[in-house]
Design a protein around this ligand. Structure first.
Ligand code: ADP
Ligand code: MG
Ligand code: MG
Length: 883
């Protein structure tokens, strides 16, 4: 079979589409050749060769050597040279290149083919001895490091010593004779370390380098990188062997890298850097400070060192033209490598360039407007998750950072504020207009008010799925979690970081994008939701099938979500409305009441508050659908936690604290998540559901009156497993609807549906759909109940599972398509079989996760619902899934 593909002289055996076989670098080198661009000739050894090599005990197939010789001859023919022949010296580079660009693979070896004899030939051929010895010493350094495995630093040390001794500051100041001395020192060092001389035979050098590239596919760095990025081992790497061109042949030579557009802003201007008389990665290695390519960039940077445009105008013009050609050809911003040898330009690499989220937006929109790509393509070019960065203030990249700790980037965005150590303090400070960062060891549901009041949340314990992380993401608040190096001392009110002590009121900044905690205030950049962002969103909306709703219960969240483009509320969690101010007292009275009569009395106090909440939500959503879920959590979540709170409730109810304490204890549950919650509450205490239904209907009537148009609420019954549960609760809801209609004389339209969040509900969905007019897949609980994993306790061991490769993704973050997804699919099919027009949606964290959204599109849900800050992400992800 064919193991080697040649390129050069305006032709190539491969092309850009052969990425899998030739790797990214090899495929693009071939493509550039076919486009007639100036590329030094060479060949690519395929990724299949890599796989063969490993399948056969690190050997090569028999036909390989002949193919290699033929390919070397090909380079020889194009260049008029011959590998290993000092009289027609041909030097090559050996470069690794996998399908996906992969750090951790073998570094490139340049100038291969040099030895004590050929270096003389190079010196006389080029008429530049300094250049020849500079090339040889580079080769010894690179080859010894990447092929022979010697430490890079030992060579640097020899070089630094020599330069100091000779009084030179720059490598370019070292003379030919001096390089010769350094080369001798290098060779002696290799001999001492390896007990054999530096290889002088060109073919031996070549085989060594090819073997080193293939071997590097299995080195630890590469294996780790593949695991982190889900790159299969079976992809293998290719090897590129290519004739050398020299950027280090004096002052008319140079080497550089460039982007066809600015990768940080996206601006449509060529952007890059170069160095005169340099080779390979000198530009990125930071040995000397590189110069700007264009005159405009030089002026903008205030540099007094000449641009390429000024210094080598002909090569520059050629390069500008080629960069345009490549961008048009690939229809994407390109990252380019080039070398100029005595005034002649050579292209050495092109690939799609990495860019910031902001640049990605601008480039996609600009390219669509230029007609280079379609609007749908522009929509697909944006990583939905990257929008997160754009919706929050971020730290100005130019700002200095005084980092005092690093934790997990739990929720994006940056925030600055005064340190507070308790949620009550956070609320007090907020009420007098101060900005605070809530600093806790970890948070619990009792911290919700403090988290709301704070600009951001910092915890010293807990992972990406800790309470703080999940709630902060839901609220769209920056959060850094699990900063283990920080110590919070609640008693003394201090935060200790790297030996510094911070107190309440001291200013810190957290960066939820990087996980950093910084001392003091730091300059920020504000999010920009118009312009390119708005354009992409508009195009996404045009391409999308599924609707995007939000999970919201507070007016602030609902408004924000609406401004982010939410098309209704998919989940309004009514219990969150019972924590505020006086409400919690009435709520406690209701829960702790002994009789239905007392319960109804307490509920009567809650009714007007609920009604006004719903009215406000209906008004904000202005005719868009609003799904309201009846009370869901176990009642004990609302109980008094302290003696003081208990006394307060007892006074209010006119009962003794002791009696109340007994009642509290009687509500204790061993496993509340599987206990007396969801529709089980409505079955035991139907008066609670009745009060909520009444509040909803009365609010709908009033909102309808004000707006002059009907509001159609969707009432959602949680945690249904049995059709009869839903039947029972729905009968109560219908009865309330009838009375409100009788009382008001207004016809109310509404839907009653259920969450599908128990496996039994999915399995019996065809029966449940006889009663339910909509399903909303509550995949948080469905994941919990399908796996039998408590999500409040799962963070620690799921992380271990992930590290050990047992699971790939936390199933609470990205839907487990194989298991939980199968239940969703079953629910969809069975639901539709009974009621073809049943409305289907998903709520919970998964509704804002792009991979899960793709699955929702696949099974044909009508909408996804997610937290407000995820709405734009969901809009984009839904569009991409539909395209
Ligand atoms: P990486 O993938 O790390 O960028 P490359 O294989 O692209 O590694 O090469 C590293 C450096 O060597 C780049 O600056 C590249 O342009 C340069 N280089 C590679 N091959 C040659 C060659 N044949 N002639 C001149 N420079 C080369
Ligand atoms: Mg490299
Ligand atoms: Mg490169």
């Amino acid at each position: 079979s064919k193991w080697v593909y040649t390129f050069g002289d305006g032709a190539a055996e491969g092309r850009a589409g052969d990425r899998n076989l030739l790797g990214g670098k090899g495929a693009n080198l071939a493509e550039m050749c076919s486009l007639g661009l100036p590329v030094p000739p060479g060949f690519t050894i395929t990724t299949e060769m890599c796989n063969w090599y490993y399948a056969n005990g690190r050997r090569y197939p028999e036909q390989f050597e002949a193919q290699l010789d033929a390919a070397l001859d090909h380079i020889g023919k194009v260049t008029g040279r011959s590998f290993g022949d000092p009289s027609r010296l041909l030097l090559v580079s050996v470069r690794s290149g996998a399908r996906a660009s992969m750090p951790g693979m073998m570094d490139t070896v340049l100038n291969l083919g040099l030895n004590d004899e050929t270096v003389e030939a190079l010196a006389s051929d080029s008429g530049d001895a300094r250049f020849a010895y500079d090339s040889y010493r580079r080769f010894i350094q690179m080859y010894s490091n990447v092929v022979l495995g010697l430490d890079h630093e030992v060579f640097e040390e020899i070089l630094e010593d020599a330069k100091a001794r000779l009084g030179h500051e720059l490598d370019t100041d070292v003379t030919a004779v001096e390089w010769q001395e350094i080369i001798d020192l290098y060779k002696t060092m290799v001999q001492e370390e390896l007990e054999r001389p530096f290889p002088q035979d060109a073919r031996e050098q070549l085989w060594g380098a090819i073997g080193a590239v293939f071997s590097s596919w299995m080195n630890q760095r590469a294996i780790t990188y593949r695991r982190l990025h889900d790159i299969p081992e079976s992809w293998g790497t290719a090897v590129n062997v290519q004739a050398m061109v020299f950027g280090n042949m004096g002052d008319t030579s140079a080497t550089g890298v460039a982007f066809t557009r600015n990768p940080s802003t996206g601006e449509n201007t060529l952007y890059g850097e170069f160095l005169v008389n340099a080779q390979g990665e000198d530009v990125v290695a930071g040995i000397r400070t590189p110069q700007n390519i264009t005159e405009a960039a030089r002026i903008a940077a205030g540099s007094d060192r000449p641009s390429l445009e000024k210094l080598m105008p002909a090569a520059f013009r050629n390069f500008v033209e080629i960069s345009r050609q490549l961008e048009n050809h690939y229809r994407d911003m390109q990252d380019l490598e080039f070398t100029i040898e005595r005034g002649k330009l050579w292209m050495l690499q092109t690939r799609s360039g990495k860019r910031t989220a902001k640049a990605a937006l601008k480039i996609a929109v600009d390219m669509a407007n230029e007609g280079l790509i379609t609007k749908k393509e522009a929509v697909c070019r944006i990583d939905p998750a990257s929008l997160d960065q754009l919706l929050h203030p971020t730290i100005d990249p130019k700002a200095a950072r005084d980092v005092i700790g690093v934790g997990l980037p739990a929720s994006p965005g940056a925030a600055t504020g005064e340190i507070v150590f308790s949620s009550d303090e956070a609320e007090e400070m907020k009420s007098v207009g101060r900005k605070v960062i809530l600093v806790r060891v970890e948070t619990s549901p009792e911290d919700i008010h403090g988290m709301h009041a704070a600009q951001g949340i910092l915890t010293t314990r807990g992972g990406m799925t800790s309470h703080a992380a999940v709630v902060a993401r839901g609220m769209g608040k920056p959060c850094v979690s699990g900063v283990g190096s920080l110590r919070v001392d609640h008693k003394n009110g201090t935060l200790i970081a790297l030996g510094q002590t911070f107190r309440k009121g001291d200013i810190i900044t957290i960066d939820g994008g990087s996980g950093q905690v910084l001392k003091g205030a730091v300059p920020m950049l504000q999010p920009e939701l118009s312009g390119d962002f708005a354009a992409i969103m508009e195009w996404a909306d045009a391409a999308r099938r599924m609707k995007v709703r939000t999970n919201a219960e507070t007016p602030a969240d609902a408004r924000m979500a609406h401004s982010f483009g939410a098309e209704g509320i998919g989940l309004c969690r009514t219990e969150h409305m019972f924590f505020d101010g006086d409400r919690i007292v009435s709520m406690r009275e209701m829960i702790l009441a002994d009789t239905e009569k007392d319960r109804r009395a307490a509920l009567a106090k809650l009714l007007p508050m609920q009604r006004s909440d719903f009215l406000e939500l209906f008004e904000i959503m202005a005719g868009l659908p609003v799904t309201i879920r009846l009370l869901d959590p176990p009642l004990h979540e609302f109980l008094p936690k302290t003696e003081e709170e208990l006394d307060e409730v007892a006074r209010g109810m006119g009962v003794s604290p002791d009696k109340l304490r007994q009642r509290t204890e009687s509500l204790h549950e061993f496993n509340p998540m599987l206990g007396h919650r969801g529709c089980r509450l409505a079955v035991s205490y139907p008066e609670i559901a009745e009060m909520q239904a009444r509040a909803i209907f009365e609010a709908a009537v009033e909102a309808g009156r004000k707006a002059g148009k009907l509001v159609v609420p969707e009432i959602m019954v949680p945690l249904v497993g049995l059709k009869k549960e839903l039947d029972y609760v729905k009968a109560r809801i219908d009865a309330v609807a009838k009375s409100v209609m009788d009382e008001t004389g207004v016809v109310i339209e509404y839907l009653t549906g259920t969450m599908i969040e128990l496996p039994r509900a999915a399995i019996r969905a065809n029966f449940i759909a006889e009663t339910a007019e909509f399903f909303s897949f509550g995949t948080n609980d469905l994941t919990q109940t399908t796996f039998g994993i408590s999500r409040d306790d799962a963070a620690s061991f799921l992380e271990i599972y992930r590290q050990k490769g047992i699971i790939e993704q936390d199933p609470f973050v990205s839907l487990d398509v194989e298991g939980v997804g199968e239940l969703v699919r079953m629910g969809v099919e069975k639901g539709r079989a009974t009621r073809p027009d049943i409305k289907l949606g998903i709520c919970g964290e998964h509704g804002g996760d792009p991979a899960s959204i793709r699955f929702c599109e696949e099974v044909g849900l009508d909408y996804v619902s997610c937290s407000p800050f995820r709405v734009p992400i969901a809009r984009l992800a839904a569009a991409q899934s539909a395209i």
